[in-house]
Ligand binder design. Structure first.
Ligand code: DAH
Length: 337
């Protein structure tokens, strides 16, 4: 073995390694080339073993050539590894990329719940007629929920309210309000007439939920106290509200009824497409006892009041089949409005 042929072999190995490392397509291929060109059975390892057989004068030079070839091969293997590792990382990034841009095509913004939309609209209609919006607590005492509204303890009407009582104080003294009418009392106690208010809010009864009832529902109470107010003002106000809320074609009617807090009292219906009537709520002229209970002189002031179910108004307006849709929280339903 001459030193010239040894170095020629090394040059050939380097040229071969250079081409094949550049062509390697993955890290496994580089590892195989690493073993082939730098491992125990590689040409450089074999060349090193043959150094002893060379003419001593040539050994140093050939030894340096072998070391230089080894260094070059190691650098090329490392470079090939870097190149493929960077490529693999890039491929992984691509594969695992979360493409959030697809969400942009379908911007899903939340919307106000139907009850909120109905309540806002009701408030707007009444504010346009000169009413202000009043509020009261959801937990009430017997005085506000019943007594001041001319429903004393012995009165059979108390039973019809299916009241949910709260275990506080005397039995049946504290309750979740069963209607928004207590806000009438609180307003009259604190405000000098004339009074023009509406009071939307949550109300509660022991009812079992069905297609037309919810145990927690929403009402809007109206109260007008002024001089010379008549039943005609009541009917005109309700009619104006219905037309503003539902549009022109809806007909309204008052049906004689009974509530302890109004005299006379009426139930209030609106016409449906099929010609039938739907009961929306109660109304009437404020009973003199109620005015008296709030320190207002019934000889000087008269007024009317009404109370409608907001959920029922929403059912009518948005043509729902079942009032429970309003509380099922099914986004497929809610998203339609
Ligand atoms: N509070 C009554 C109820 O929940 C509805 C009602 C009837 C309210 C007549 C009124 C009214 O203000 O005058 O059944």
């Amino acid at each position: 073995m001459s030193s010239a042929s040894l170095t020629a072999d090394l040059d050939a190995v380097l040229a071969d390694a250079n081409v094949r490392l550049a062509a390697a397509v993955d890290l496994d291929a580089v590892s195989a080339l690493d073993a082939e060109f730098l491992g125990k059975k590689s040409a450089v390892t074999a060349a090193k073993k043959q150094l002893g057989q060379l003419d001593p004068a040539d050994r140093k030079e050939v030894g340096q050539a072998i070391n230089a070839a080894r260094t070059t091969l190691e650098a090329e293997v490392a470079a090939a590894r870097d190149r493929l590792a960077a490529g693999a990382r890039q491929a992984q990034y691509e594969a695992e990329r979360l493409d959030l841009s697809e969400r942009l095509n379908e911007v899903r913004r939340g919307s106000l719940h139907l009850n909120t939309q109905a309540r806002d609209r009701l408030e707007d209609v009444f504010v346009c007629m000169g009413f202000t919006v009043a509020e009261g607590p959801e937990v009430e005492t017997a005085w506000y929920n019943f007594e001041a509204l001319n429903i004393p303890e012995w009165h059979p009407a108390r039973g019809s309210f299916d009241t949910i009582f709260v275990n506080l104080g005397e039995p049946e003294e504290v309750m979740l309000r069963s209607h928004t009418s207590p806000v009438q009392i609180r307003t009259m106690e604190n405000t000098e007439p004339p009074i023009y208010i509406v009071a939307p809010g949550r109300t509660f009864r022991t009812d079992t939920a069905d297609a037309t009832h919810l145990p927690a529902f929403n009402q809007i109470e109206g109260l007008v106290i002024d001089r010379g107010i008549t039943l005609g003002d009541l009917h005109g106000t309700i009619e104006a509200f219905v037309h503003a809320f539902f549009g022109g074609d809806v007909k309204t009617r008052l049906r004689p009824s009974y509530f302890p807090f109004t005299e006379p009292s009426a139930e209030f219906d609106i016409s449906r497409d099929d010609g039938s009537w739907l009961e929306l709520g109660g109304c009437g002229m404020v009973h003199p006892n109620v005015l008296h209970n709030c320190g207002i002189d019934p000889e000087q002031w008269q007024g009317f009041a009404f109370g409608f179910g907001i959920d029922r108004l929403a059912v009518m307006r948005y043509e729902l089949d079942d009032i429970r849709e309003l509380v099922n929280n099914d986004v497929r339903f809610l998203r339609q409005f």
